[in-house]
Design a protein around this ligand. Structure first.
Ligand code: ADP
Length: 219
């Protein structure tokens, strides 16, 4: 895997968590926060942490944000600062700016000024958790579009011992099985003659209503 360079602006809970994970994966992580204490604390999980206010154009420019693979703006609670920082980053030509949004209005402004991806950590996690609670067969859920999702479903005895060809989910439900987790192994190119066992986790992509039907009929 190519080592990538990331600039994370804002060392709140979200920014810190992103930094730690990227650093753990061996990427170059540079963090920025205007709070000196936060910057000092980031020593163990960043390659460099800098005290700066990213709403100052000159300061932001000096960080050379366009030299990174992506810049993550994690200043959710300070909406004005988040918007101004995002605007400046886009004006400076940064290709990939991912921003944490606080609420719907914040989201709409970020969209208008060209944020490349807008993240609602609490909302997204809430939806995922609700889907898992809603059905004891859904292990995880990721929304792809308004109508499409990827779900992880647990195989019950209804389908145990059957091959993927026999289940024929593509034809019957217009869904695609992307992978099968069996214990610790993960098959990402499932074959028609692969057999499912109780407890296997099937990763399926499809339209939400088709996924619901598949879940009700097969599991
Ligand atoms: P979370 O909800 O993920 O904990 P917060 O919004 O509370 O995130 O934290 C955002 C962080 O961003 C804070 O540490 C704050 O000091 C920092 N921050 C806010 N405005 C700026 C700015 N203009 N420049 C740099 N850092 C900023």
């Amino acid at each position: 895997m190519r080592k990538k360079q990331f600039l994370i602006i804002g060392l709140g809970r979200f920014g810190t968590s992103v930094c730690k994970e990227l650093y753990k994966h061996g990427h170059d992580v540079v963090a920025v926060d205007e709070d000196e204490e936060k910057v000092e604390d980031a020593d163990g999980f960043t390659n460099r942490a800098i005290i700066a206010d990213t709403t100052h154009e000159k300061t932001l420019r000096s960080l050379e944000p366009d030299s990174y693979d992506a810049v993550i703006v994690a200043i959710g609670d300070h909406i004005q600062e988040s918007i101004l920082t995002t605007l400046l980053l886009k004006e400076l030509g940064v290709q990939k700016v991912w921003v944490k949004a606080r609420n719907e209005q914040h989201h709409r402004v970020l969209e208008k000024i060209g944020a490349d991806r807008i993240i609602h950590p609490e909302l997204d996690m809430g939806i995922r958790i609700a889907h898992s609670l809603d059905s004891d067969k859904v292990i995880d859920y990721v929304e792809i579009s308004v109508d499409h999702s990827i779900v992880e479903l647990i195989a019950t005895k209804k389908i145990a011992g059957k091959t993927l060809a026999k289940l024929n989910v593509r034809k019957r439900y217009k869904c695609n099985i992307l992978g099968i987790k069996s214990g610790k192994s993960l098959t990402i190119t499932p074959m028609p003659d692969d057999v499912l066992n109780i407890g296997d986790i099937i990763i399926v992509l499809g339209e939400n209503r088709d996924l619901k039907k598949l879940e009700a009929d097969l599991l």
